[in-house]
Design a binder for this molecule. Sequence first.
Ligand code: AP5
Length: 244
Amino acid sequence: MRLVLLGAPGIGKGTQARRLQADYGWQVIATGDLLREAMANATPLGEQARAYVARGELVPDELVNQIVIERLQTLESQSSAGVPPALSFILDGYPRNLSQAQMLDTFLNERRQPLHAVLAFELDDEQIVQRLSGRRICPQCGAIYHIVANPSRRGEQCERCGATLITREDDQPDTIRRRLAVYRAQTEPLIAYYERQTGADGLPLLRRIDASGDPETVYQRVRNALFRDLLPPPASGGGSGRGV
Ligand code: AP5
């Protein structure tokens, strides 16, 4: 499955991506996570990205394209018996503007492995701000919580690895507003871009997802949008639960 998750900051892309990964094993490539990891390790990429992320602006395309291409090439190199594999991934937070989308198209078209689906999550700004302002993340394993909608059973500790949960630096009110404005101006136009396209299976590429309701409800909509035409249900059945 080659999948793009599109939607405003805080709408729940990361939450849904982790559930899909747990149930189907598709590799998640989340540019925000990769940038935060680079910043935490103070790599040259992290140092270049830091000011943009802190301001809620997009990191320059050449930096982000590079990390995505590297990840895709790593997936590509995992061939068996010399046969290039069918690429399988979930892109969370990428592409975020037209130039990134065109770069991705070029990479995939050269390999004749186009996207299967783009899920466009939709929710009003008031609920998005509530989700972002209550978010807590685990700095160690990346688990995502919400103080009301999805609290850790261990309070301020991650229920998976025990690390102390933190609030992301860019989840401050001013930065949230800036990130939403950047999304509307630069990323939302990609919905029209993908709406015109057909997926790898010949079906419409774009599938709109109502992101209201609890994470499990949204996950059912996600699976319906994919299963309707593309996939069997997972062998295990059911979602992957909390602290995703
Ligand atoms: P990134 O980390 O990608 O941030 P984002 O797109 O702003 O998305 P978020 O991670 O904030 O939200 P999400 O949709 O994943 O929601 P989540 O599942 O966490 O990017 C950060 C920065 O990096 C950018 O601002 C930019 O600077 C840079 N960057 C990244 N990619 C880039 C690119 N391609 N180009 C250039 N720059 C780039 O959920 C949010 C909260 O809601 C959580 O608390 C969760 O528990 C809760 N929640 C989730 N679902 C529900 C639900 N159904 N009901 C109630 N609560 C819910």
